[in-house]
Each structure stands twice: as C-alpha cells, then as structure tokens.
Design a protein around this ligand. Structure first.
Ligand code: ADP
Length: 529
C-alpha cells in the first residue's frame, strides 16, 4: 500500500477524507470489474503476446485521487523495445499489403469495440488519471472518433497523376506507408493521444510501437486488448513502457523505425527531434502551448463563460471556464492567459469568478465533480511556484489560490487578477487550475501580447465584430484559433501548432500525410502504336 493511501486511510475521521475512503471502495469495484472483463491488462504487448519485462522489474500505477495502488506493470527498456520494433517491422510487410478496405474493416471493428466499452474505458481513465468520469467518457468518445474517421480515410489514400512534359512519359505520385512508427504519448489524455496517432498510422499501412506515459499505461493496454479482439494482427500494434529515456533512445536509434510521433513537453520533444536526426526519421510533435484568450469589449458576455458550470453567471465565462479548467487545467490547449479589454474587465472578472467558485473539486467518480486532482506533486508545486511568482510581482487572488482541503494533489480552482507580462505565468504553461486575468487597451496590444511567446498551439478570441474576428484570427501566430467557442477539438479538423508548439497535424484528412511517403513514378519511353 502506498504511503499516500496509508495517510488517507489514517485520516478517515477527517471529513474531507471520508469521501476519499469511500472512493477507494468505488475504485476497487471498478478495477475488479475491469479485470473480469479482461480489460485490466498489466503487461506490455509485443508481437501479439502480453509480456513482462525480461528481468521482471515492475512499476506501480497509482490512483491520483487516493494514492492507492492500482496495478504493477512491467518496467521495460531497450531489450523489450528492440523486440517490439522487430515485431512491428516483420508485421509491416503483410499489414501494408492489405487493401485500404481490408484495413478499414479492422479499424471499424476496433472503433465499435471501443464504443461498446466506452464506460469501462472511461472508468479506467478516471481511475489512473483522475479526471471526472463524465470528462473521461467524453475522452473515449473523442478518441474513438479518430479510429472511426481513419477507418474511413483508409479507403481514400489517393495518389496523383501529373501531366507529363513529354509525350512518351507518364508521371505518377504514389503514397506509401512510411514504415514502423514509434508513438510516445502523455498522461493527460491516456486514450485520445494514442488513437490520434495509431488511427492514421494503421490506416496508411504502418505498424506501431506505442509508449504510453508510465503514469497512465492501463488505458493504452485496454485499448490494445480491444484492438487484438478487433483482429489487428500480431505485431501491428505493440505497447511498451518503463524506462522512458531508454525506450525513446532505442526507438530513435533504430533504422527500422521510420517515424516518431510524440505528444508531450517541449523539452522532451526537442530531444526527440534532435535524436531523430541520426537516422533522418520523419517527426511529428505536439508540444506545449501558452494559449491566450482575448476577450474584447464587444464580446457577448453570454457566450464567453459557458461550458463547465450549469448556472447563471455569464455565458462568456462558461466557455472560458471550460477552456481553462477542463482536465484540471492540464491540457496543452488550456487557456493560459486571459486577456480582457479594459471596458469589460470588471464585469467579466466578476462573472468569471462566480462561475469558477461553483466548480466542485473531488474524486472523479463522485457525482457533480468538475475538477479532479492534479497528476502528481510536481504538478502542484509548479502551480504553487507560478502563483507565488505572480503574487510577488503584484497580482491578486480573486478565487482559490491554495491547495484544496482534500489534500493529496487537489488544488482549488483559482483566478488571479492584475497579471502582467513580467510574470512567469505569462511565459510558461501553468498546466493547472489557475486562470490569470490580464487587462489590455487596444486590439494591437492584445495581438502583440498574445504572439509574444515561443508557443503557438491554440488561441481563443471573443468578439461580436466580424471584421475584427477575421483580422485578429489572421494575425494570431497559432495553429488553432477558436472564436467565441471554448471547446474546438474534433477528429475532422487539423490539430497542431506553430513555432515551438510542434510539427505536423493530427486529425482530419491532413493527419494521414504524417504517415505517408510520396513516391514519384516516371514511366518513360512509351511507344506509340
Ligand atoms: P509531461 O511533462 O506532460 O509528462 P513529458 O514530455 O515528460 O511530458 O512526457 C510525455 C511522454 O514522453 C511520456 O510518455 C514520457 O514517459 C515520455 N518521455 C519522457 N522523457 C522521455 C525521453 N527522454 N525519451 C522518450 N520519451 C520520454
């Protein structure tokens, strides 16, 4: 039993912890049910076989809402990764030779199984990651949609015919799968970040070695189990986890791996990009953001607050609350800087604060909870250091501002005001439930503040002026601009960033390009009759 669980159990007489103790029972019910369904897989998947680490080393997966142990999983490294790469390499030959339609049928079956187990997978996400159950179910629906979409796209990997420059030639462009893909994914979306990569990769005819986050590997393993049930052949989808740098280095060093796709921190993304140079692999990176939300004086306050809470305050704050506090603020498109024009600042701050105060914090399995725990202590410490820095430079706390009385990694939904560009929170992602409010005067000033960052993933703006909406959308140096809307992610649109937020796009028809090589085929010396 982990130290945190022992502490929580010992504290059962304290009312906030009563809830945690009851939830422990809930969590153990969930894990025994998942286990009876065969979805609580605790081994890696290599060449179609569930496998332990060669030296039997293991790693603990814990529930962040209670600190309790959920499972021991293998602590894998170079040896297992090399085996997984070989399995993927061998499987590539036959998988890439299937027709798009044949691959499509298998992917579609996988989608159907994922959807029929939507609630099981949702519970597993809440168990190991902590997000509220409703949000976790939403992630399963969103993530599975990528498998459905790419099951359809598998039939539409078109090439091209180019008009030749001489009469005896015919020129073609063939699209072929790049080969074995290494996919490294984070803990904040334990399911969707995998399907966004594996869906298009498999549709194109690639085979994959997935390395999920060691903090949340169980969802990946359950999804892989359903993949096997759907008929994904052995070796086409492999899952290894354990020593992240060693697994990463093995994938990078292998000339059999032709593509690395990664979602995670900018620092690790840069390392992977540098490491991929030695074998000149294709690379897609979805890295950190520093999302600005620009609320203009002419915004319809009723639009800008909608989303996460059900009652009054104002619709504008609701959508921004959704954009900020979803997943406890732990997404790379979470609102990181809320820039509010001076004429509407006070009115907005009031409505927004009212909405944030209503967010219920607790174990993701409890009814009505809108915000779960943060993923670990390091995440809480980062939030604390950003708040400390901002307060020391003149910001003020409007709501929250401290650890939650539930303990562990729970943190109060927080709003701070009078934030400026000198503060750490304006330069770095806080990745937690802290909404900093900045005041600005002119449109130009807002654009300059918004673009003054190395990140360029998502930006939000709120205005009812259509000319301004176009002008500002075009001026923002971001891969995604969401206007008058807090939640924009969908499998049918391209997701990805400018600048240091990454390379490549996930989702939509563009998502397949990342997994394809383009071959120019020239047929010459054709004889006329
Ligand atoms: P976060 O801060 O969101 O955890 P990371 O970039 O550290 O982001 O983690 C994202 C993924 O990258 C996880 O699967 C993690 O295990 C993996 N990872 C971390 N360090 C390395 C590394 N040196 N090489 C390969 N993968 C890594």
């Amino acid at each position: 039993m982990s130290m945190m669980l022992r502490m929580a159990l010992r504290s059962c007489h304290l009312s906030p912890f009563m809830r945690l103790c009851r939830m422990s029972t809930e969590a153990s019910k969930v894990s025994s049910r998942l286990s009876s369904l065969g979805l609580l897989r605790t081994q890696g998947l290599i060449g179609g076989k569930w496998s332990d680490a060669h030296d039997r080393k293991t790693l603990k997966v814990e529930n962040p809402a209670t600190g309790e142990l959920i499972a021991d999983i293998p602590f894998m490294g170079r040896k297992e990764t090399t085996d997984a790469i070989s399995a993927a390499y061998n499987a590539f030959h036959s998988w890439s030779k299937l027709t798009g339609s044949e691959r499509s049928k298998i992917l579609r079956k996988w989608y159907d199984l994922l959807i029929s187990h939507k609630e099981d997978l949702g519970q597993l996400i809440t168990l190991e990651q902590g997000k509220p159950l409703q949000e976790a179910n939403g992630e399963v629906g969103y993530g599975a949609a990528f498998i459905e979409f790419y099951a359809e796209e598998a039939k539409r990997i078109y090439g091209d015919i180019i008009p030749p420059t001489s009469a005896d030639r015919r020129l073609f462009v063939l699209k072929q799968p790049v080969g074995v893909v290494g996919a490294i994914t984070p803990w904040n979306f334990p399911f969707a970040m995998i399907t966004r990569k594996v869906g298009p990769a498999l549709a194109c005819g690639c085979t994959v070695v997935v390395k999920p986050s060691e903090l949340t590997p169980l969802t990946a393993l359950a999804a892989a189990e359903l993949g096997l049930q759907a008929g994904i052949p052995p070796g086409v989808l492999n899952v290894v986890m354990g020593n992240a740098p060693e697994i990463g280095d093995t994938l990078l060093a292998s000339s059999q791996v032709r593509k690395i796709t990664f979602t995670g921190s900018t620092a690790v993304g840069k390392k992977l990009m540098a490491g991929a140079a030695s074998t000149v692999k294709k690379v897609s990176l979805e890295l950190g953001g520093n999302a600005p939300v620009i609320v203009f004086d002419d915004a319809e306050l009723d639009v800008a607050v909608k989303g996460a809470v059900s009652s009054s305050s104002s619709m504008i704050s609701f959508t921004i609350i959704a954009a900020k506090f979803r997943n406890s603020g732990q997404t790379c498109v979470c609102a990181n800087r809320i820039l509010v024009q001076e004429g509407i600042y006070d009115q907005f701050a009031n409505a927004f604060a009212k909405g944030v105060e209503q967010l219920q914090v607790g174990n993701g399995f409890a009814e009505g909870v809108a915000q779960g725990p943060l993923i670990n202590q390091a995440a809480v410490e980062k939030v604390e250091s950003h708040i400390h820095d901002a307060l020391s430079k003149g910001a003020n706390v409007i709501v929250g501002g401290k650890r939650h009385s539930l303990g562990l990694t729970f943190y109060e939904p927080t709003v701070i005001g009078n934030v400026n560009t000198e503060m750490k929170i304006s330069r770095e992602e806080v990745f937690g439930p802290v909404a900093p409010l900045f005041r600005f005067r002119t449109e130009q000033e807002a654009i300059e503040i918004a673009n003054n960052t190395n990140a360029g993933l998502a930006a939000y703006l709120y205005t009812t002026n259509i000319s301004r909406l176009w002008r500002v959308s075009e001026a923002l140096e971001y891969g995604i601009v969401s206007a008058n809307e807090g939640l924009f992610s969908t499998e049918v649109a391209p997701f990805g960033g400018f600048k240091e937020s990454g390379l490549g796009r996930e989702g939509s028809k563009y998502g397949v390009d990342e997994y394809l090589e383009m071959k120019y085929l020239c047929l010459g010396n054709l004889k006329s009759a």
